[in-house]
Design a protein around this ligand. Structure first.
Ligand SMILES: Cc1cc2nc3c(=O)[nH]c(=O)nc-3n(C[C@H](O)[C@H](O)[C@H](O)COP(=O)(O)O)c2cc1C
Length: 371
């Protein structure tokens, strides 16, 4: 039987176990620069074979959240270097999730108060960014009406992703996870209900819907190599006002097929059923597994039994845990010994200082792993 505790070969690297710390925005990086506390937080969680960082905006334009650590300038690269060093010292691999939020942003976060950008000019009027309110204080604010990227501008955004990938390698990351999930920019192109374009990135054909995602993947591969590029997808996800559309299943299976040819490091699926979206249709994951011949990670409501069952039945290779890694820095150890798993306190998810961030103890009582 293969289990969560077994090692795994990921794109030429050995993972000490099959647990992945899922990407989680924590919004504690003033001025978008990772701090010593960021490094300590991740170092404490080197219990996971693979850590995927919180979403890291590839540009100011791509940011939708105050105090998210970015990956577009040298100061940010230097900040991340302390993170990657300490995670490697702890024996884990670390990828960074490169992120463009598209229309889930706000003018208060953009250069000169410009509108955010998207595949469409339609506002996600029921969605929030974490920007600044009228009084200039950090606050949840309704996502602003976006500017629809012109065909030329789309190419520039693709380059911004590739630039972020290069920066990630400079920062010492083992690779990047392109954020293609949860209703952000990549999905604003993939999703036929949001994408209302008429150009070669439009929603009229499956090829056109996939074009932006594949160009981003290819641009990153060209700069840092396929074994350093992963992608996160959330098929049938409905976050941030995505809708259903014709050929939805076909779109994701075709994407899986295309990505197979590219030999990327992995695909990371986020199952949003645990966050209120309709479940992926019965049998979809198995079809996706057949269409994609590389490493498959699954996140969303994972626990030890589910992880072991899916790994052992060869439905997935690696299991990702989100919220549990906030409050259990030693999650795999707890599972290994049958120790209780604690619940995180939601009020400390986003922003603030070290409370609810670096002060969750390991079960054996050490408040922090000394690093
Ligand atoms: C506080 C918090 C922040 C999150 N931020 C991100 C993010 O930046 N990028 C992303 O792809 N998913 C993000 N997620 C989703 C998680 O990666 C994960 O997929 C989700 O929580 C489901 O897994 P779980 O049931 O194990 O928590 C976030 C989740 C939480 C709880």
């Amino acid at each position: 039987m293969t289990s969560l505790f077994d090692g795994y070969q990921l794109a030429g690297n050995t993972l000490k176990n099959r647990a992945v710390m899922a990407p989680m925005t924590r919004a504690r990086a003033p001025g978008n620069i990772p701090t010593e506390a960021t490094a300590r937080y991740y170092a404490q969680r080197t219990d996971a074979g693979l850590i995927v960082t919180e979403g890291t905006p590839i540009s100011q334009e791509g940011n939708g959240f105050v105090d998210c650590p970015g990956i577009w300038n040298d100061e940010q690269i230097a900040g991340w270097q302390q993170v990657t060093q300490r995670v490697h010292d702890g024996g884990s691999l670390i990828f960074t999730q490169i992120w463009h939020v598209g229309r889930i942003s706000h003018t208060s976060l953009q250069k000169n108060g410009q509108p955010p950008v998207s595949s469409t000019a339609v506002q996600a009027a029921k969605s929030s960014a974490f920007g600044f309110n009228d009084a200039g204080e950090p606050d949840f604010v309704i996502a602003s009406k976006p500017h629809a990227l012109t065909t030329e501008e789309v190419k520039r955004v693709v380059k911004d992703f590739a630039h972020a990938a290069v920066n990630a390698v400079k920062a010492g990351f083992d690779g990047v996870e392109i954020h293609g999930a949860n209703g952000y920019l990549v999905e604003q192109f993939l999703n036929g209900a949001v994408n209302d374009r008429q150009d070669r990135y439009g929603s009229d054909t499956l090829e056109n819907r996939l074009r932006f995602a594949l160009e981003v993947v290819d641009a990153c591969i060209a700069k840092i190599g396929a074994d350093r590029v992963g992608i996160r997808l959330s098929p049938f996800g409905r976050l941030h006002e995505l809708g259903d559309f014709a050929e939805e299943e076909e779109t994701f299976l075709a994407l899986a097929h295309e990505l197979s040819h590219r030999n990327i490091a992995y695909i990371h699926i986020m199952d949003q059923a645990s966050r209120g979206a309709p479940a992926m249709p019965d049998g979809f994951l198995e079809k996706f597994r057949q269409a994609y011949n590389g490493t498959l990670i699954l996140a969303g409501g994972m626990d030890l039994n589910k992880a072991n069952e899916m790994i052992n039945n060869n439905i997935i290779d690696l299991a990702a845990f989100g919220a549990k890694y906030i409050s259990n820095p030693d999650l795999v150890e707890r599972y290994r010994h049958g120790w209780p798993v604690s619940e995180p306190d939601h009020k400390y998810y986003y922003g603030g200082a070290e409370q609810g961030y670096t002060d969750y103890p390991t079960f054996s009582g050490a408040t922090t792993i000394k690093l």
